[in-house]
Ligand binder design. Structure first.
Ligand SMILES: Nc1ncnc2c1ncn2[C@@H]1O[C@H](COP(=O)(O)OP(=O)(O)OP(=O)(O)O)[C@@H](O)[C@H]1O
Length: 500
């Protein structure tokens, strides 16, 4: 089989950083080529070079054996290269059909043009196995999975021959991931090549054909067989070490440990109803459920960012004033939200400032900030979470997406909370840092913090928590020790009644 794309010796420098240091990648028509690497390894930079957003400082790109210059995103699109990012670049207020043909609308005008666009859009969606998506609906009203399909349809409408997907599964339910994989297989059957980026290594075997691994801006392995290469070997290649991908041992939570968080009969119409649980000091409680099951809404209500219609929350025996974040914070409740990046970073400030920003009180005495103590505390966490590049003085803006995630998480781990609510703590985080994050969360619990964890990765919820609450459509359908239920049982519970 000939290569559709060959990238050779690609170099890209930013001031002070050589983000790509001679990367090679070759992709064949009709294959799913997985691109792996730790946070900061250079994956996004390589993709930006491929999609014409960055110009390489050195190296060669060939498409169908012909040398090409991808001087702009338009040039890349004309060469049949499209990318689907996690932050989808769709226009929410335009319809599905308008988004699919944005920038290259069918040429006739007036009613017939809309009609033609709808008809063509329907045909493309049908080809992707998603004829049910209404072409006249606004994109903003579709769930994340539907929006992703529209993004793919847009790529196809431009005759893309190579589609890059940057962590497409991160925002999807297990069922939606199976759908996505079906769509990807449909694309490759038609000869389209897919470059697939994910930090979920178990997916690689399921959807990948071949694998390229980047480390520190260079290719360390390319063309590996996705099904035959053991996960252990991939981790070794990515990190340069072997990581036992295990969860920290649970420490027995004594029945005498005080109940720190009590949630009683909490409801919000349309979101969740009758939710109740207790979390003791030292305990990690996991909330499992599909996107839309009410997981994040429950956390936000406990935090006071949403006001409960019924029920109440008690911390250390005292009822929190409903709908008041300040009251929750005062009682020692912290929430590390799902959308950490957009919510919380001071992009031009140094890494250490970003880590310590909500704990400055701890480093102040007689009105002066103890800069050294502040930097030391931040450095310790940055090292533990393997924030790259190392050093806490650079602006956060220069960090890769995953490293930015780690910085905000570090901020929450540094706070002295009584109750820590963690929403998707490892989203976008590489395999090396995941184990460290798990260990830090367990350590916080051992120090007496009550922790509530939300994650769409069921193995993570089961592996890290002491007890789990399974939510379906806003109701708790199961509560019990994490060790007494397995992944399949959880999936059966969350999907009961849906077409599985
Ligand atoms: N605009 C920039 N200015 C300075 N440095 C940058 C810039 N963009 C990226 N870098 C650096 O280049 C390196 C590669 O970053 P890149 O975003 O490509 O990593 P990645 O593999 O996509 O990581 P992640 O898994 O976290 O998304 C990192 O060291 C990052 O800090």
């Amino acid at each position: 089989m000939t290569d559709l794309l060959t990238m050779m010796g690609i170099v890209k420098e930013f001031p002070g950083v050589r983000a790509l240091d001679g990367v090679d990648l070759d992709v064949r028509a009709g294959e799913v080529h997985c691109l792996l690497g730790q946070n900061g390894a250079g994956k996004s930079t390589l993709i930006r070079v491929l999609t014409g957003a960055h110009q390489p400082d050195a190296g060669m790109i060939r498409i169908n054996d012909e040398p090409v210059q991808l001087n702009s995103p338009t040039a890349a699109i004309q060469r049949g290269i499209a990318a689907i990012y996690q932050e989808l670049d769709l226009v929410p207020d335009l319809t599905v059909a308008e988004n699919i043909f944005l920038g290259h609308e069918p040429s006739r005008y007036g009613f017939s043009r809309t009609h033609e666009a709808n008809t063509k859009a329907r045909a493309i969606l049908q080809g992707l196995g998603h004829a049910e998506i209404p072409t006249h609906r606004t994109v903003g009203s579709l769930p994340a999975a539907g929006q992703q399909v529209v993004s793919m349809a847009r790529a196809l409408s431009r005759d893309a021959r190579l589609i890059v997907m940057d962590e497409p599964s991160a925002v999807l339910d297990p069922e939606e991931v199976s759908n996505l994989f079906r769509v990807i297989r449909g694309l490759t059957d038609r000869g389209v090549a897919v470059v697939y980026i994910s930090h979920r290594l178990e997916e690689i075997r399921e959807i990948g054909d071949r694998v390229t691994v980047l480390k520190d801006g260079a290719t360390v392995a390319t063309g590996l067989d996705a099904r035959q290469t053991p996960t252990k070997e991939l981790i070794q290649l990515m990190t340069g070490r072997s990581i036992e991908y295990v969860f920290p041992p649970r420490t027995e939570v004594s029945a005498a440990a005080p109940v720190v968080l009590e949630v009683v009969d909490l409801s919000r119409p349309g979101e969740f109803a009758g939710i109740g649980f207790e979390v003791r000091a030292g305990e990690i409680l996991g909330l499992a459920g599909l996107v839309g099951s009410g997981r994040s809404e429950v956390l936000e209500t406990v935090y006071g960012a949403r006001r409960a219609a019924t029920g109440f929350v008690r911390v250390d025996g005292a009822v929190l004033r409903p709908g008041r974040v300040q009251a929750a914070v005062k009682a020692g409740v912290g929430l590390a939200p799902e959308e950490r990046k957009s919510q919380a970073l001071l992009l031009d400030e140094a890494v250490f400032k970003n880590i310590t920003v909500s704990t400055l009180g701890r480093f102040a005495s007689s009105g002066f900030l103890n800069n050294r103590a502040e930097r030391d505390a931040a450095s310790k966490l940055a090292v533990a979470l393997d924030v790259r590049p190392a050093g806490v003085d650079q602006p956060v803006r220069n960090l890769s997406g995953g490293n930015q995630q780690k910085v905000v998480l570090a901020r929450w781990l540094l706070r002295d909370c009584r109750v820590l609510l963690l929403d998707e703590p490892t989203r976008g985080v590489d395999v090396g840092a995941r184990s460290e994050i798990y260990a830090l969360i367990r350590e916080l619990a051992s120090n007496g913090v009550a922790i509530v964890l939300v994650s769409s990765e069921v193995p993570e919820v089961l592996g890290l928590s002491d007890r789990v609450v399974v939510l379906r459509e806003g109701r708790a359908v199961h509560t019990g020790p994490a060790q007494e239920i397995d992944e399949h049982q959880v999936l059966d519970l969350v999907m009961e009644g849906s077409a599985r």
